[in-house]
Design a protein around this ligand. Sequence first.
Ligand code: BES
Ligand code: MN
Ligand code: MN
Length: 455
Amino acid sequence: MQKTQHFIQSQKERFMAELFDLLRIPSISADPAFAGNVHACAAFVAERLKEAGADAVEICPTAGYPIVYGEKIIDPSLPTVLVYGHYDVQPAVPLELWTTPPFEPEIRNERIYARGSADDKGQFYMHLKAFEAMWASGELPCNLKFMIEGEEEVGSSNLSTFVKQEKTRLSADMVLISDTSMLANDTPSIDVGLRGLSYVEVEVTGPNRDLHSGVYGGAVANPINILARMIARMHDENGRIAIPGFYEKVLELSEADRKALNLAPFDVEEYKRDLGIDALQGEEGYTTFERTGTRPTLDVNGIWGGYIGEGAKTVLPSKAYAKISMRLVPNQNSEEITALFENYFKSIAPHSVKVEVRPHHGGEPVVTPSDSPEFKAASLAMKETFGKEPIPTRGGGSIPIVALFEKELGLKSVLMGFGLDIDALHSPNESYGVFNFYKGIETIPWFFHHYAKIK
Ligand code: BES
Ligand code: MN
Ligand code: MN
């Protein structure tokens, strides 16, 4: 791996310049206004893959945004690693909260500020550069396949079709993903679990038109008041979700697992200071790590209706809306949970309103082994570059395709992410540490080195 590491050290500036070019493309998958940019981003990734030395590079069309594929098969008898990442990013709004524009990357305090810097452009690009370095140095120890998609942030529904159709092309021994975070730069960790997701939009309709809130107020149901009351009934006083049957399939952790999970360092004062809050809140009886990694949740992501313009307009609105997400844990199932939500939500609606529940994308939770050869290889790799073995952790976020890799391809994933909580994923001023970008590029070749030996 020495030549590879030398290559990396000698090419650092170019790697950063290329990442900046990637970050300049506003590949926002959720907003159709950016469709041209998302396609341009796929083309950019395909070009960089070819330059890095990948063969069979293809921009695979789907019913939505394309999947970029590439591979390097050096010897079919060697193990094959499938690298997954996503080149799409979340919307950057509200733009006025960014210190510098989201698609004009800039380094400040050793951090790369741009939408997608950590999620996931800065992270998947580390894999392209690590591969380039290994290939150019004649030190690539196993076969590699790349699959970089453009719809992760909108639920990966076309990727799941692709995965089902392309089982031969995607055949591999494992999946390697960098799209999660670690505890700290001096405390490496690897997520061995991700939560699933149910996402719904609700619509509450009262009168057939907006009304004068003086003429009708008090006699006709106000859908915003009603929706607020219904949302308040989603949790009980102990922070538990009140939907009947919601916890039925939740796998409780063993005492040993809980202990192991809580061994990771956690500074509650620092956590609160970072967020500007005076107290934490959540399900009674669980620690913060347990609440974010192992317990299901329900959150309102947005709520609207009525008059929100300048000044005051006296109006009793006809409609109220909310977007609600539920994070799921093993063995909950997103379709079942969505159905339970819908039943409960309708059951608590008064006769004075009509309600509609529209399901959005979902995804299943996963737990990956921490005693497998692939986990061991990741652990050894991080030990090489961080000087410490990583701690197994549970990530609170979701990468729905991970459960599908297991179900459709029979492949386990290793979530070797290099981000940090302070990266502000999906928020204004998203950033990624310069340290983390280079550390990732240096660590990944060690992963291949150890995996090829262990496997
Ligand atoms: N990379 C994140 C998921 C993530 C971040 C997992 C940090 C663990 C730690 C991913 O891009 C993401 O944002 N996923 C979405 C789900 C998707 C269906 C929109 C999420 O978790 O909200
Ligand atoms: Mn991501
Ligand atoms: Mn994301």
